[in-house]
Design a protein. Structure first.
Lengths: 291, 133
């Protein structure tokens, strides 16, 4: 398999709080992964461990089948990392920052950096300390893309940005996909932005990966079923895979995963007056899994 | 401009297919004219190019569009009649659903027919008037 990153049995505690518990995941080349979790459930911790910012308590990381030791830097030359808040040397000018990065990344694309500077209306002679938060985010994005990464990690990069700037970001991400081959791990709390972008959905909940599947498959196997009964409303449904359940008078609303023909037949056998089956948005899918 | 709604439960590729079919049926996209490229549509709609490619692939399999090697996708000759069939199928499903509901409400076929005729009149004028056009 064409694997970019493999995470094996990763555990991480902060004090007594266990943030990642025996976490394993595999990331395939050329795909766009959506990583979703509620706040404080390990998303950023996971990304920081991948980037070698913090060491794991247990577990191993493999980049392109090579085991990575903590403090190793060579693999990071192939990764573009956009954290929520980029940290730069504030005394540098943008030009100095670009030169600094160009010396670190062998694949640095100066033309791409210049193109983005123009698109984002940033000037080379401006000092970083004089930039607003939004402009610093743009700079972080530009620096990550100009290094022509094979693997792009986006940790909630669009939070706190205005809509037009977010769209510029997403456009940049789409262009990366169009250039071909870039693997992307995209984490955001603006869940709906991922709807049209991801190939694969991973949901992290209470330190574990509770969903890790092709997004089209997820879309077709999570269904909401609305049942209406004239009489004999069944109290409890003896069916597996019910994510959420709601009762409203003679109606029952259930979200199933995985949905299948057998379940449909078994519900039909309860003789409901009506039965409606619908798909869910990514936002609704996420909520169904973590609530 | 083709639009998609990311907050919808309808898969994005289905939305793209529907938008393109609508444009064919409205005559905006004409036979043998080129469709927007995958690159154009992906960057304009901010969606994964694979999703656009999937929509185009399915439209091609269903005969609505065809590919010219190295040049992109074009609208098929018989696309508008295919879209017409498609629309009629869709309408049939909607009517079936309505009839199903009407049955539950204990309405008989005569009543349904009368009501249907009345709604058509509201939209287009009476049968005689429609005949004159």
């Amino acid at each position: 398999m064409n694997e970019v990153l493999r995470i094996e049995n990763l555990s991480k505690k902060f004090g007594r709080k266990s943030v990642l518990k025996d976490f394993s995941m595999s990331i395939e080349k050329g795909k766009v992964y959506g990583l979703l979790a509620k706040n404080g459930e390990g998303k950023t911790t996971l990304i920081r461990v991948i980037m070698g910012v913090i060491p794991p308590d247990q577990g191993e990381l493999f980049y392109k089948s090579q085991k990575i030791k903590f403090n190793e830097t060579s693999y990071k030359k192939e990764i573009g990392y956009i954290p929520e808040e980029s940290i730069f040397f504030s005394w540098m000018t943008i030009k100095e920052l670009l030169n600094f990065n160009a010396s670190f990344f062998p694949t640095w694309n100066a033309k791409k950096a210049d193109d983005y500077l123009e698109r984002f209306s940033l000037e080379k002679r401006t000092r970083i300390k004089n930039l607003s938060r939004g402009m610093k985010l743009k700079l972080g994005f530009m620096v990550a893309l100009a290094s022509e990464p094979e693997f792009l990690i986006l940790d909630d990069p669009t939070s706190g940005l205005d809509v037009p700037t977010r769209q510029d970001f997403l456009k940049g991400v789409i262009e990366e996909i169009l250039e071909g081959g870039t693997t992307i791990l995209f984490s955001t709390h603006l869940v709906h932005e991922l709807e049209g972008i991801i190939d694969h959905l991973s949901i992290l909940h209470q330190g574990r990966l509770i969903l890790d599947q092709d997004f089209e498959e997820v879309k077709s196997s999570v269904k909401r079923v609305r049942l209406k009964f004239d009489k004999n409303i069944p109290e409890k449904l003896e069916l597996e895979g019910i994510l959420t359940e709601r009762k409203d008078g003679p109606c029952k609303e259930l979200v199933f995963y995985p949905w299948n023909e057998e379940k449909r037949e078994r519900l039909q056998a309860l003789r409901p007056a009506s039965m409606e089956i619908e798909s869910l948005t990514l936002e609704e899918i996420f909520i169904s899994f973590v609530s | 401009m083709i639009k998609v709604e990311t907050k919808s439960f309808i898969p994005i590729y289905e939305q793209i297919k529907k938008e393109i079919k609508n444009r064919i049926s409205q005559g905006i996209f004409k036979a043998n004219e080129p469709l927007p490229s995958i690159r154009e549509l992906a960057t304009q709609l901010l969606i994964n190019p694979n999703t656009v490619a999937r929509a185009y692939r399915e439209l091609e399999q269903e005969g609505f569009i065809y590919t010219r090697k190295g040049k992109g996708c074009y609208v098929s000759d018989n696309s508008s009649s295919l879209v017409k069939d498609d629309n009629l199928n869709l309408l049939t499903q909607l009517i079936d659903k309505t009839i199903e509901e009407a049955k539950k409400l204990n309405l008989n076929p005569e009543e349904i027919k009368r009501l249907f005729e009345k709604r058509l009149e509201q939209a287009w004028g009476s049968e005689e008037e429609r005949g004159k056009e």
